[in-house]
Design a protein around this ligand. Structure first.
Ligand code: ADP
Length: 488
């Protein structure tokens, strides 16, 4: 009997009740074998190249240019030329190009989302539902300000700075590009941007959006390369550096720029506390904890990597958290069911493994739900550490991976003290039913962003940035445009 005869007109009972694969097709993405440097609206050949891969299977995707110091200087000179006319355009003209970019990003969002997941390892549902809509929204939002600068900063005579050098990390490649480029253009600056070495492809595809939008040549230039290209950009003839990345490199850049008169904003690391009070809605808090640390494999500078639970509800919270973790689907970033994708690079995986080993060594208790990790590529199972002391490295250092450390507290004062006991100060989360407590906590937490009964929520109108070793300057909202302007 054939299979069809056997089942007649009835569908067979499934073999198992796990999720069936739901792979997103990669056909929509057309990659070139080799990319040059996007300078002055043209592709210029570079002398050296490196291979960019997909962390999901280590397959090579394309050859990408390693820009030399001379290439960077050329890009900056071209941007300076373009500044003459771009900064004199009426704001409404600049807005026109930016609205076009927003629209094209929305129209090509599937292509960008697939490429982002392919090159960076993040789940397609996150690139599709978070990175892309937010990237387009940033251009849309800042386009609206381009002809209203005098209203945004009344009686301050805002003027564009000149050329902005921008250096971005690998965790939200296209979104970080949008955070940086959109306010710079709205304010009338021109840009030279360097993407991170492991995730350059969406920035290179973005050059095609600039072509479609007919942005005047030289207004945005993209130079790929490693840290040495970034360092060359810092030293080049730029008026401002905007950097997002590690605290270590941020400090080096700050030292380098001291006394040069170049403006600087830094968005660096974090070790955010997600603080759960005993009057919160526990199930919602558990969702927020999971979202706070396992979103984008924990490759998030504002990740809620330290969970502070009020002692009286410690057990149910940890129990529910473990149950919820067991339902996370870890695997192919291009599968629409995947919750936790691939770790961005071998180097990052080794960093995570090293800190997790330190956590075990120091005496914390580890839990990882059973999950089958793919054989090829870079993977790390969602992890939670309990019995963590404040002095442990896993409670102090940024892991930048899907690893959560749980601590407890008894009183709001103690929660604040523990939350603030870190060199960082980027973000925090508070879970409680009490509005007055939310306000009190927000006042006392030394963090640039405090989320209440939610986590990792972003909006282009809302400023984002840190205190202490998390950097200075804000991105997003009007605050995010101010560092791109001079005032008389
Ligand atoms: P991460 O730990 O996220 O890799 P990094 O700070 O190393 O963060 O990288 C963030 C960005 O900074 C990347 O684009 C990287 O190439 C660039 N970069 C690294 N070293 C330097 C440097 N010395 N000067 C300027 N940029 C750098």
């Amino acid at each position: 009997m054939t299979e069809l005869d056997k089942r007649q007109d009835r569908s067979p009972v499934p073999q198992g009740w796990t999720y069936a694969p739901a792979p997103e097709s990669t056909d929509v993405v057309r990659l070139q074998d080799r990319y040059g440097l996007y300078i002055g609206g043209e592709w210029l050949a570079a002398k050296e190249h490196f291979t960019t891969i997909s962390p999901r299977d280590e397959a090579p995707l394309a050859e990408v240019a390693q820009a030399s110091e001379a290439d960077v200087h050329k890009a900056v000179a071209v941007a300076r030329d373009a500044f003459q006319s771009w900064s004199k355009l009426p704001g409404s003209e600049r807005a026109k190009y930016m609205f076009r970019i927003a629209r094209i990003l929305a129209e090509r969002s599937r292509e960008f989302a697939v490429l982002e997941s392919l090159n960076g390892g993040k789940p397609i549902k996150e690139s599709r539902d978070v990175d892309l809509p937010l990237a387009a929204a940033h251009f849309f939002y800042y386009a609206g300000w381009a002809d209203k600068l005098e209203y945004a900063f009344p009686n301050r005579t805002p003027k564009a700075l000149g050329v902005a050098g921008q250096i971005i990390p690998w965790n939200f490649p296209l979104l970080m590009l949008s955070w940086k480029i959109a306010p710079a253009l709205a304010a009338g600056n021109t840009v030279v941007l360097k993407p991170a070495e492991t995730t350059p492809l969406t920035a290179l595809l973005f050059c095609d959006v600039l072509r479609q939008a007919e942005l005047p040549p030289g207004v945005v230039n993209i130079v790929t390369g490693d840290g040495s290209t970034g360092a060359a950009l810092v030293d080049a003839d730029v008026d401002k550096i905007a950097f997002t990345g590690s605290t270590e490199v941020g400090k080096a850049i700050q030292r380098r720029l001291a006394g040069t008169g170049k403006k600087l904003t830094l968005e660096l690391g974090g070790k955010a506390a997600n603080i759960v009070f005993d009057d919160c809605a526990i199930d919602q808090a558990v969702e927020g904890i999971v979202n706070g640390i396992y979103f984008n494999q924990g490759h998030v500078c504002c990740a809620g990597s330290r969970l502070l639970v009020q002692e009286s509800i410690y057990e149910p919270v940890v129990e529910k958290l473990k149950q919820r973790m067991a339902t996370l689907r870890v695997g192919d970033p291009l599968d629409k069911n995947t919750d936790v994708g691939a770790i961005n690079s071998r180097e990052q995986l080794e960093r995570i493994e090293e800190l997790v080993a330190a956590g075990k060594e120091e005496g914390a208790e580890i839990y990882q739900p059973p999950c089958k990790l793919p054989e090829k590529g870079y993977w790390f199972a969602p992890t939670v550490f309990t019995n963590v002391a404040q002095s442990y490295r896993i409670a102090q250092e940024e892991i930048f991976g899907p690893v959560l450390s749980v601590l407890t507290f008894r009183t709001p004062d103690e929660a604040v003290e523990k939350a603030n006991n870190t060199p960082y100060g980027l973000s925090a989360g508070v879970w409680t039913e009490k509005g007055s407590r939310i306000l009190w906590m927000a006042q006392h937490l030394r963090a640039g962003v405090v989320w209440a009964n939610t986590f990792n929520r972003f909006d282009p109108t809302s400023p984002f940035g840190g205190y202490k070793e998390s950097g200075f300057g804000r991105e997003g909202g009007l605050h995010g445009m101010e560092p791109y302007l001079d005032f008389e």
